[in-house]
Design a protein around this ligand. Structure first.
Ligand code: C2E
Ligand code: MG
Ligand code: MG
Length: 561
């Protein structure tokens, strides 16, 4: 056995390497600091370590990476001592060493150098392992793109360098991906996600970062000057997948929110502002792309506050039932009413501020039942006090129709207060884009059989109004205020008058009652009456009234308008 280098520096270096688990940076620093201290003893002029990564999905791919090395300031001899190793993951580590300028190595020297290079190789492999371990926490395994942790690190780096303002962030979701997965199978779905990511990364090369947050949600950071080009690019991605041996071309459309990052933006704004804009694109029927604006953030905060407050507000009875009278046009007397909710806080919050949010979250269902129960309670008190109530319509969101016990749940509430269903009308809201028509028809038929009335709210605003007319056995349609606004008076529009007149005629021939909502003027009331509309509701008669004011109305039912 020949003599080995056992200088104090080398022993410290070797012991440190073999006994400690260094971080990546620490290890490089240690190697680069130690090599010069042992270079003289070894007559070492140069050491270079090169790593050739395998073609795996994970970065860096096929890159040459110099991890650690040494260069004598006086240069090195040409004679090169070379060693090469293959790593477990299929990469190659190449090590090169040269004597100092004007020196040559003896066989013993070469053995020492060989030993040094082996030590460097082992350190190098450890470095690679460490870097892979670090990367797996930052890389999405399916697509090889950054994951949320990886993206946040990039955002942090750009922020530290004051470069965030050069970028735009995009929050994207693939349209109908659920359908794609169901239709082509989840393997093809995974393949599409992978290809989509690879294509996008290829496009962004050097001009941005592509991240998969999870599922089919992506966040992209792109230099502002290529934003438009990237947005164009993603409108036009088609991926060919093999399904049962057949090639199918899948066009991948996205819904996206874009935030042109402000130069003073904080790191957390990058994803959140794009995601706020995305939320609007997602809910929009016709917009696939929405740019972030500050007021959207205020709106989102407001919405979050509402949903956070809702449940406790409901349990603390902060929602009150108001009643807006309905009037028979022929004799101007009270003939019914609509229950409308009012949220009592320091001041009253109107439905326009919260109904849409509750609809979106599905919690509207709790409110509707709370209102139905409130109406039944009031009605029981009126009946007990000998006051004859009128039929009350209660707004029910179409979301209820997915509940298969809906009919029984409604009946149970009435039974608890011994209320005859003849006093209750279910007013179905927002049916314009309702898809499960069979369920709707079954609901209406069952409620009729139980003695309830059914009315269709906001009639005339949706595309499917005529279908509703034809196929749904409703008792009443409620003409939307937007149709009523311009039928008469100074702002009269001929088309509106014609449409309203036609709806009334059609409804009458089909034995469906018509009520007009939002009636504000005598002219409107007169137009409706003379064209055969039976009922009206609106500020001309009454605003929505508190329980006590409505009770007075029940006792004095005639209007003088
Ligand atoms: P809607 O069911 O179409 O109710 C009619 C809305 O028009 C009510 O607004 C009412 O106050 C208002 N209105 C009535 N007459 C006039 C008028 O002459 N002029 C004007 N400018 N407005 C008039 P409100 O109470 O703010 O309710 C808004 C919407 O919120 C309702 O529209 C309904 O869709 C929804 N909503 C209210 N309460 C409930 C509820 O308990 N459950 C559900 N699902 N929706 C509710
Ligand atoms: Mg209504
Ligand atoms: Mg309405």
């Amino acid at each position: 056995m020949s003599e080995r280098v056992v200088s104090e520096q080398f022993r410290v270096f070797y012991d440190a390497l073999s006994q400690n688990l260094f971080s990546l940076d620490e290890m490089v620093v240690l190697i680069n600091k130690t090599l010069p201290t042992i270079a003289d003893e070894l007559t070492l002029g140069r050491v270079e370590t090169i790593f050739i990564a395998p073609e795996s999905v994970y970065e860096p791919r096929g890159l040459y990476k110099v991890i650690a090395g040494y260069d004598d300031p006086n240069g090195f001899a040409e004679e090169t001592y070379e060693k090469s190793f293959t790593t477990a993951e299929g990469g190659t580590v190449k090590l090169f060493a040269n004597p100092k300028k004007g020196c040559t190595w003896s066989d013993v020297d070469k053995e020492n150098i060989d030993f040094l290079l082996q030590v460097l190789y082992v350190s190098c492999s450890r470095l690679r392992l460490l870097s892979l371990m670090q990367q797996t926490t930052k890389i999405d395994m399916l697509t090889g793109s950054l994951n949320a942790i990886g993206l946040n690190e990039k955002i942090g780096m750009l922020y530290a360098k004051h470069e965030l303002g050069e970028y735009a962030s995009i929050f994207s979701n693939i349209k109908n991906f659920k359908y794609t997965n169901q239709h082509f199978g989840s393997q093809a779905g995974d393949y599409i996600l992978k290809q989509y990511s690879i294509l996008s990364r290829g496009f962004l090369e050097g001009d941005g970062f592509f991240c998969r947050l999870g599922g089919d949600n992506f966040v992209i950071l792109v230099k502002k000057y290529c934003l438009l080009r990237y947005l164009m690019f993603i409108t036009d991605i088609a991926i060919s997948v093999k399904v049962d041996g057949k090639e199918e071309i899948v066009k991948v459309g996205t819904k996206s929110g874009v935030y042109a990052i402000d130069k003073d933006a904080e790191p957390e704004d990058v994803i959140s502002c794009a995601s706020v804009a995305f939320g609007i694109a997602r809910r929009s029927r016709d917009k696939d792309l929405v740019y972030f604006e500050q007021e959207m953030l205020d709106r989102t905060l407001h919405d979050k506050r509402i949903s956070a407050m809702f449940h406790s507000a409901l349990s603390q009875n902060e929602f009150h039932v108001y009643y807006q009278p309905k009037v028979t046009l022929s004799d101007n007397t009270l003939c019914g009413c609509e229950a409308l909710t009012r949220w009592h806080q320091e001041k009253i919050i109107y439905p326009s501020e919260f109904i849409e949010i509750l609809e979106r979250e599905g919690t509207i269902r709790h409110l509707d039942f709370y209102m139905l129960e409130g109406v039944c309670k009031d009605m029981r008190r009126w009946l007990n006090a000998g006051i004859e109530p009128v039929k009350v319509s209660v707004n029910f969101s179409k979301l209820h129709l997915s509940n298969t016990h809906l009919e029984q749940d409604i009946i149970d509430v009435l039974n608890a207060y011994h209320i005859d269903p003849k006093y209750i009308e279910i007013e179905l809201t927002e049916l314009s884009d309702f898809k499960h028509f069979d369920r709707l028809v079954a609901f209406v038929n069952r409620m009729h059989a139980e003695g309830f009335g059914i009315s269709i709210d906001d009639f005339g605003t949706g595309y499917s109004s005529i279908t509703l007319f034809r196929d749904l056995n409703a008792d009443v349609v409620k003409l939307d205020k937007s149709l009523v606004d311009n039928i008469a008076g100074d702002h009269a529009r001929r088309a509106d008058a014609v449409i309203v007149r036609s709806i009334i005629n059609m409804a009458r021939e089909l034995d469906i009652d018509v009520i007009a909502e939002g009636v504000e003027t005598k002219e409107q009331a007169e137009f409706l009456r003379s064209n055969g509309c039976r009922m009206a509701q609106g500020f001309l008669y009454d605003r929505p009234l508190t329980h006590d004011d409505f009770e007075k109305r029940l006792l004095h039912r005639a209007y003088t308008v």
